[in-house]
Design a protein around this ligand. Structure first.
Ligand SMILES: NC(=O)c1ccc[n+]([C@@H]2O[C@H](COP(=O)([O-])OP(=O)(O)OC[C@H]3O[C@@H](n4cnc5c(N)ncnc54)[C@H](O)[C@@H]3O)[C@@H](O)[C@H]2O)c1
Length: 231
């Protein structure tokens, strides 16, 4: 039995190559470069990439230097070449098949979103534990039973899963996913998943992001309150 621990990918430097902070920004550059290309640009500067991604120019240059791309002085980066390099680095030279578990409010909204495909991930199955939901149409897919999970993962070459179940079901679902061969999980449920070594977990929590913004809002309000008191 492999050791299991609560594990989130992305908190520190990756031991497999690029720093995790760089990996997290590469999709932003790819999106910006795709847009530049569609507007007819053949070259771009680090300042342009910084502007359209919200990353500092210094970080853009540092991130791209990890790929061996340094640009040409006075010209910048070749858009097509850089797109190809980034796509290669983040594995977007192939489509990744994704299974989505939990066809509730959040799950169905994600499953019906058509924008993942153009960015390298394709939801190939939506599964749910509620028999009443099985057969219901979500976007192009019809909801399948959780009992089919293992077969779906094997037959459709799924390596990535999205967990959109209630928190109390998420660990059990993660165990089933890992048991069936999934090695990357995007967890939307508000629980820390325990997974074996070699399985990557990313956690997305909009409520936590809002709490961070609330913290900054509170800090912004603080000096104003002090100014009012001192008047
Ligand atoms: N990450 C975020 O920012 C964020 C935002 C909103 C909600 N959430 C979380 O996302 C999850 C889903 O939220 P929702 O509003 O869509 O909930 P929901 O209740 O509408 O849907 C949950 C679905 O999961 C299914 N389910 C339950 N147990 C299952 C199992 N063992 N296997 C397969 N399917 C199972 C249910 O039948 C249901 O269809 C919750 O955990 C919620 O807290 C996260």
């Amino acid at each position: 039995m492999l050791p299991r621990r609560s594990r989130l990918t992305g908190a520190s430097s990756s031991d497999r190559g690029l720093p995790n902070a760089t990996v997290a920004r590469l999709p932003l550059y790819l999106r910006a470069l795709t847009q530049l290309r569609s507007q007819g640009s053949q070259t771009c500067s680090s300042d342009q990439l910084a502007e359209s991604t919200g990353v500092s120019s210094a970080n853009v240059r540092k991130d791209l230097s990890h790929l061996g791309s340094h640009g040409t002085r006075g010209v910048g980066y070749d858009v097509d070449h850089l797109r190809a390099e980034i796509a290669q680095a983040i594995g977007q030279t192939q489509d990744w098949n994704v299974v989505l578990v939990g066809a509730g409010n959040l799950g169905t909204a994600l499953a019906a979103y058509p924008g993942f495909t153009s960015r390298g991930s394709r939801i190939v199955a939506v599964v749910d534990a509620d028999p009443a939901r099985v057969g219901e149409q979500v976007g192009d897919l019809s909801i399948e039973s959780i009992d089919q999970l293992e077969t779906i993962i094997t037959e459709r070459s799924v390596s990535i899963a999205i967990v959109a179940t209630p928190g109390q079901a998420a660990q059990d679902v993660a165990d089933q996913l890992v048991g069936a061969g999934v090695t990357s999980i995007l967890n939307l449920a508000p629980v820390a998943l325990r997974v074996p070594e070699g399985v990557d977990v990313r956690q997305v929590d909009v409520a936590a992001e809002l709490q961070i913004l609330a913290y900054h809002e509170q800090r912004k309000g603080h000096p104003r309150e002090e100014a009012e008191v001192s008047r």
